[in-house]
Design a protein around this ligand. Structure first.
Ligand code: NAD
Length: 413
């Protein structure tokens, strides 16, 4: 190739490259313009087609922002709530099946029931509480509300209940005289119809059932201390009979279902029990004396104060109930503390522990008030290896502390 031919070839390549660059530049520019144009036309047509003015658009976006803020606020509150509830949930054991049982506790929001639920939950079981809140309180159980093993059902056991469980602790019944005398017919229904419903449920699903009976089945006893084979001395038409006879029919029903329908029953005859979460106005001797002492009112003794009682601390009772449920023993078992005190001794002890300025006064005795009450617990010792451990003074101190807190909560509210 000549020298002039070479220059010509270089110039052609240069011009071709320049043209190519220009074409690419215009193409990109054109595409950018096109896209912008389409977007603005789209926005315009959207505004036109939906008749949304600029003002309306602005208002909508402001409302949108308010909703987003509210949502964020709710999220924050949920996080705070989750934190505050889970913080108070007590630790529970991990149990695997078949050790882990599904357990129903009727009356589980009451004094005894809520303590029993605490231990069953801590031991790793799945617990369902059924309660109509006649005397029980949700606050006795609120520390379990967010636990996956816990369920609370608002239900009156006079009506049938359909549920699948392995064990039933049947505790639902008013227990203090003012409560069970408030509606005697309902007390009888709860102990008769309610117990039939629980035994019928146990029969259908093959569950074991423990019925909470009472030392009141011995009435005003003529045998002392009271063994389980003593049949009792109950006035069937007196003011306490709705409860005493209600519990006697509950026991009769239990053994009828055991014999006729093969239901596995356990019957606990519970003697006076005390401890935190007792209803401070339940009219029983422990709560009456503690409240009167804390308020520096006179401590009232019905009768001459020589009648006797024995008092078990709640932890001991719960231990006995669980041992009985899981034992092979199916006849009634007394659960109570055999240490016996006259009511006057008991009033003096509480007065001294509280340390107020109350005086002790005596008023007329109460109709059908049992004169002597003390359990013979040889059966519980032999069959369950159970014996109460908490000394009266220690238990009373804890109970008085609880009553003090309840009173200051009431004053604050
Ligand atoms: N605490 C004692 O000293 C003592 C002594 C002897 C027997 N007992 C028996 O132990 C059980 C528990 O007594 P407590 O001291 O915890 O009494 P409580 O009044 O504190 O508890 C009873 C619970 O049963 C619930 N209940 C009552 N009727 C119901 C119904 N129809 N349906 C559903 N729930 C109902 C109440 O709301 C309450 O939560 C009772 O059966 C009682 O007879 C207790």
């Amino acid at each position: 190739m000549t020298r002039s031919g070479g220059r010509f070839f270089t110039a052609v390549i240069f011009i071709t490259l320049m043209c190519l660059i220009l074409v690419i530049f215009f193409y990109v520019k054109l595409d950018f313009y096109h896209q912008n144009h389409v977007l603005s036309v789209g926005k315009e047509s959207l505004q036109k087609s939906s008749f949304v003015s600029d003002d309306q658009m602005e208002k909508l976006s402001r409302e949108n922002q308010i909703l987003i803020d509210q949502l964020k606020d709710l999220e924050l509150r949920i996080k705070i709530l989750e934190g505050s509830t889970s913080k108070n949930v007590p630790n529970t054991r991990r149990l695997s099946s078949p050790e882990r049982k599904r357990i129903l506790v009727t009356g589980g929001a009451g004094f005894v029931g809520s303590h029993l639920v605490d231990i069953l939950m801590k031991n790793g079981h799945e617990v369902t509480v059924v309660d109509n809140f006649f005397t029980g309180r949700k606050s006795n159980l609120h520390h379990w509300f967010s636990h996956k093993n816990f369920e609370l059902i608002h239900h009156d056991i006079v009506n049938p209940l359909y549920i699948e469980v392995d064990q039933i602790y049947h505790l639902a019944s008013p227990a203090s005289p003012p409560h069970y005398m408030f509606n005697p017919v309902k007390t009888i229904k709860t102990n008769a119809l309610g117990t039939i419903n629980m035994l019928g449920l146990a029969k259908r699903i093959g569950a074991r059932v423990l019925v909470a009976s009472t030392s009141e089945v011995y009435g005003d006893p003529q045998v002392h201390p009271q063994p389980e084979d003593y049949w009792g001395n109950v006035n069937p038409i007196g003011p306490r009979s709705c409860y005493d006879e209600g519990k006697r029919i509950a026991e009769a029903l239990s053994y009828a279902y055991a014999k006729q329908e093969n239901v596995a029953v356990r019957v606990a005859r519970i003697f006076n029990t005390y401890g935190p979460r007792m209803n401070i106005n339940d009219g029983r001797v422990v709560s009456n004396f503690i409240m009167q002492s804390l308020l520096n009112h006179s401590i009232t003794i019905y009768g001459d104060g020589t009648q006797t009682r024995s008092f078990a601390y709640i932890d001991d009772l719960v231990d006995g109930l669980i041992k009985l449920m899981n034992s092979n023993y199916s006849l009634p078992v007394n659960l109570g503390n055999p240490e016996e005190y006259t009511i006057l001794e008991f009033a003096t002890l509480i007065k001294n522990l509280v340390g107020g300025s109350s005086s002790i006064v005596f008023t007329d005795g109460v109709e059908d008030d049992p004169q002597r009450r003390r359990p013979d617990i040889s059966r519980a010792r032999r069959e369950l290896n159970w014996t109460p451990k908490v000394p009266l003074k220690i238990g009373l101190k804890k109970t008085i502390e609880y009553f003090r807190k309840e009173m200051s909560n009431l004053n604050e509210n």
